[in-house]
Design a binder for this molecule. Structure first.
Ligand SMILES: Nc1ncnc2c1ncn2[C@@H]1O[C@H](COP(=O)(O)OP(=O)(O)OP(=O)(O)O)[C@@H](O)[C@H]1O
Ligand SMILES: [Mg+2]
Length: 257
């Protein structure tokens, strides 16, 4: 029920007609297509024996093409939670996530294929499949996308050359060093040429030397592959290497650079 200009209650009045309504809905659904990802007022809480832990209280972040962003923050501040939401690996309580101008959600029917094609993940622990060789591990996301094993292996070998590990292609993960395993995980994240790479403490398990090697590689591949990078790290030197730096504090992102 609305009140029209004569002050008379009416059921018709200012309700948009169906055509306008569709247009309004479309405008809400679509966002800036020049951004890879745009998140608005993202919220996430967990319940903990009766208490509600409000972890993300209203996160806004826009990422264009070829950008690099660092997110730091105290342990438990919600950095991994945020990356999981950004990667459509979990459902927010509230807020919206747009990829390439279109709203996307964990609940979308095609979310698995969308992630496989557009988002590369690198975690603190590499999660390589132990029964597959380095080359096969890298090839797997491409095989899932294309169904073409021979072509996927060929692409994986090209990446192994880029990361200077072609001579290790037949090695299984337990036959590789920690730094080598992480380089393989990075190559695996890039094989489908994703526009966005999400990295959660990719050097967390590595010593200084291997950590620097892995970061150099991420930055170099980030440029070569024209993708944007969001990296969560406790390391201030790594954060400094990124174009933008945010701190996650008390449920909000604060920009420092
Ligand atoms: N599934 C869950 N159920 C309940 N609480 C959770 C769950 N996942 C995370 N939390 C809580 O949410 C908070 C944020 O966790 P998150 O893993 O995002 O932190 P983080 O910033 O990545 O920390 P770290 O730097 O230690 O990796 C923590 O207090 C954690 O205990
Ligand atoms: Mg974490």
């Amino acid at each position: 029920m609305n009140i029209n200009h004569k002050g008379i209650h009416s059921n018709k009045s200012i309700t948009p007609n169906r055509k306008n309504m569709d247009k309004l809905q479309r405008m809400e659904m679509y966002n800036d297509r020049n951004l890879i990802v745009d998140i608005k007022e993202l919220k996430k809480s967990y319940s903990d024996v009766g208490d509600i832990l409000s972890i993300l209280r209203g996160i806004n972040l826009s990422v264009g093409y070829n950008q690099s962003i660092a997110i730091t923050g105290e342990s438990g501040s919600g950095k991994s939670t945020l990356l999981h939401l950004l990667g459509l690996l979990d459902r927010p309580d509230d807020g919206q996530i747009f990829y390439f101008g279109q709203e996307r959600s964990f609940d979308d029917k095609n979310v698995f294929s969308f992630r496989n094609r557009n988002i590369g993940f690198v975690f603190q622990y590499h999660y390589l499949l132990e029964d597959l060789t380095a080359c096969e591990n890298i090839a797997m996301p491409s095989f899932i996308k294309t169904g073409n094993w021979k072509k996927s292996i060929h692409l994986a070998q090209e990446l192994l050359r880029k990361i200077d590990m072609i001579d290790r292609q037949e090695h299984y993960p337990n036959q590789l060093s920690g730094g080598e395993q992480q380089r393989v995980a990075i190559a695996r994240a890039l094989i489908n040429n994703p526009k966005m790479v999400l990295a959660d403490e990719p050097t967390g398990n590595l010593d200084q030397k291997h950590s620097e090697e892995v970061i150099d590689l991420i930055i170099q591949l980030n440029k070569q592959h024209n993708c944007s990078l969001i990296i969560v790290t406790h390391n201030k030197d790594i954060a400094e290497l990124m174009q933008r730096h945010y701190i996650l504090d008390n449920g909000y992102l604060e920009k420092t650079k």
